[in-house]
Design a protein around this ligand. Structure first.
Ligand code: HEC
Length: 218
């Protein structure tokens, strides 16, 4: 607002100079702009090594210095095997979760699963996703006995390293989200294979009495 009014004010000033006298001053401004730009190349020509260029300074003549032993890239320490690799101290897949599984974790797992896994495994995990219907190799259903009894760390490992024809999802899905997906896969498995024993006490729905023993048919 303020700048605007100043500009308006500047334009409203009466200028007594006719245009032909104003020309030299315009030329002066143009020249000043032209010569005020820097022409030196110091930053460009400074001594530096481009990748793989040899060096006369180091005894092994390599400009790339070897990493100090035990160096770890920032954010890549990954010192918790159960969390980052899904493996216990014996190197076998763990059957626990590295953090408590709450409803929020399952909901997060559901959203990640529907994005990353459902295109092949389908939303219920039967392996008939859209990509498979278009010709991709049919994955096994999650509801077969073998996959129902594999430990959690095994599913985590399949996401991290891939399995057979399935590519890995380590780059797309961070470890905490991989665990959330594992929790959701467990929920899917339970949803297709639950028994009355899984229903918390007091929440059972009574068996309908309306159906006749013949299943309602006469
Ligand atoms: C591009 C398709 C595709 C996507 C996406 C995909 N999978 Fe798979 N998945 C497969 C195929 C195909 C197999 C079977 C691989 C084989 O047997 O060679 C498989 C197998 C599996 C298995 C069973 C491994 C076994 O022991 O038989 C699990 C568990 C699994 N996937 C989990 C996941 C999870 C979790 C995701 C999401 C993060 C996912 N998959 C995403 C295609 C996919």
């Amino acid at each position: 607002m303020r700048t605007r009014s100043m500009v308006e004010w500047a334009f409203s000033l009466p200028c007594r100079l006719p245009w032909r006298h104003r020309k030299p001053s315009i030329l002066f401004v143009l020249l000043a702009v032209l010569f005020s730009s820097a022409c030196r190349q110091d930053m460009h020509d400074q001594p530096k090594y481009i990748p793989l260029r040899p060096s006369g300074f180091f005894p092994d003549h390599r400009s790339e210095r070897p990493l100090v032993e035990g160096a770890v890239a920032r954010g890549n320490l990954d010192d918790d095997d159960a969390f980052y690799a899904g493996k216990g101290p014996d190197g076998k897949p763990v059957d626990t979760f590295p953090f408590p599984v709450t409803k929020d974790v399952i909901l997060r797992g559901q959203s990640r699963f529907n994005i990353y896994c459902a295109p092949c495994h389908d939303r219920v995990g039967n392996g008939a996703g859209m990509i498979v219907r278009r010709g991709y190799r049919h994955p096994p259903s999650y509801h077969i006995d073998r996959l129902r009894t594999v430990p959690n760390g095994y599913i985590y490992d399949v996401i991290t390293n891939g399995f057979g024809a399935m590519p890995d999802y380590a780059a797309q899905i961070q470890p905490a989200d991989r665990w959330a997906i594992v929790a959701y896969v467990r929920a899917l498995q339970l949803s297709q294979n639950a028994t009355m024993k899984d229903v918390p006490p007091g929440q059972e729905i009574p068996t309908p009495q309306l159906l006749s023993p013949s299943g309602g048919r006469k």
